[in-house]
Design a protein around this ligand. Structure first.
Ligand SMILES: O=C(CO)[C@H](O)[C@H](O)COP(=O)(O)O
Length: 270
C-alpha cells in the first residue's frame, strides 16, 4: 500500500478555519500512538481530521485500520491511502471522531445532516472514546436553537408515511421527507432508507433523551439523529482562532494557540 497522503484544500474563510482547528486539536489530543482502530465520521469537518491523522506520518499509520461511517468517509480513507476496515471485522474501535449539526450544554448532539447517522451511531457506540469536532456555530445551550431543520430520522421506505403521522402526534411541528436535489424523489441513505427531518419545540428539545426514546419506539424508524450522553469531549473551533473543548464530566478547556501545519502532532510520540 502506498504511504498515506491526502490533499485537503486550505480553509478560505473563518468557518472552515475553525473546523480545521477543532479537528486538528482533537486529533492531537485523542488519536494517540496506541490507537490502532479508528472510526472516521462524515461531513465537511472530517477531512481535516483525516488530514491531521495523515500528518502523523506513514510509520504510525501503517498498522492502523480506519472504519468509515459512510460513502464519503470511505472515499476519504481510500484517497488518503489508509487501511480500510469495516465494523463487522472490528466491532471494537479505540476512538471515533465525527462532526455534529448541533451540540447542547450537556454534549447531546443532533447528527444526520448528511444522512449518515445510523452508521455514525454504530461507530460511536463501538468506540471506547467518541469525540466531536465542530465550528462555533454548532455550540448551543439547547438543541434546535441553531439547527432549525429538525431531528433527522432514518426510516424504512415503506413506513415513511406512517412515521410522518406518528411524528406529528409526538409534537413535531412540520416533519418532512428529505428530498434529493439532483434527483427526482427522496434522498436514499447509504443503507437504502429514507430520511425524515422532524422539528420539535423547545420543551421537547430540552429533554433529548426522552424524545429519542419516543421516536425510536416507532415501528419503521431505523435510527434517530439524537446522540445523548455519548460524547467524551466536543472540540469547537472559535472565530478568534482558539479552540474550546467541553468534556463529559462538565469541565472545559480553552486552547489559545492554534495547532500549526508544521507542529508535530502532540501526544503521538512522532
Ligand atoms: O451528522 C453528520 C452527517 O450525517 C455530520 O457529522 C454533520 O452533518 C456535521 O457536518 P459538518 O461537519 O459538515 O458540519
Amino acid at each position: 500500500m502506498p504511504a498515506s497522503s491526502l490533499q485537503v484544500a486550505p480553509p478560505t474563510n473563518v468557518v472552515e478555519a475553525s473546523k480545521q482547528l477543532a479537528a486538528w486539536t482533537a486529533v492531537d489530543k485523542h488519536v494517540t500512538k496506541d490507537c490502532q482502530v479508528i472510526g472516521i465520521g462524515s461531513g465537511s469537518t472530517v477531512p481535516y481530521v483525516v488530514e491531521r491523522i495523515v500528518a502523523q506520518g506513514p510509520e504510525i499509520n501503517k498498522d492502523r485500520v480506519f472504519i468509515p461511517t459512510g460513502f464519503q468517509s470511505k472515499e476519504l480513507i481510500v484517497d488518503a491511502h489508509l487501511r480500510l476496515g469495516d465494523v463487522d471485522q472490528y466491532p471494537h474501535i479505540d476512538v471515533t471522531i465525527d462532526g455534529a449539526d448541533e451540540v447542547d450544554k450537556d454534549l447531546n448532539c443532533i447528527k444526520g445532516g448528511g444522512a449518515c447517522h445510523l452508521r455514525e451511531k454504530v461507530l460511536a457506540e463501538a468506540a471506547d472514546t467518541w469525540i466531536i469536532v465542530a465550528d462555533y456555530r454548532k455550540n448551543s445551550e439547547v438543541l434546535g436553537v441553531n439547527w432549525k431543520k429538525g431531528v433527522p430520522v432514518e426510516v424504512a421506505p415503506f413506513a415513511y408515511a406512517k412515521v410522518l403521522h406518528n411524528l406529528r402526534t409526538l409534537g413535531s411541528t412540520d416533519p418532512k421527507l428529505r428530498m434529493a436535489v439532483m434527483k427526482a424523489g427522496p434522498i436514499v441513505s447509504d443503507n437504502g432508507n429514507f430520511i425524515i427531518d422532524a422539528p420539535f419545540g423547545e420543551a421537547e428539545m430540552r429533554d433529548p433523551m426522552t424524545l429519542l426514546t419516543r421516536i425510536k419506539m416507532l415501528t419503521g424508524v431505523v435510527e434517530v439523529g439524537l446522540f445523548c450522553h455519548m460524547a467524551k469531549a466536543v472540540y469547537f473551533g472559535n472565530q478568534d482562532g482558539s479552540v474550546t473543548a467541553k468534556f463529559y464530566d462538565g469541565h472545559a478547556e480553552h486552547y489559545d494557540k492554534p495547532a500549526s501545519a508544521s507542529d508535530a502532532p502532540a501526544g503521538t510520540g512522532v
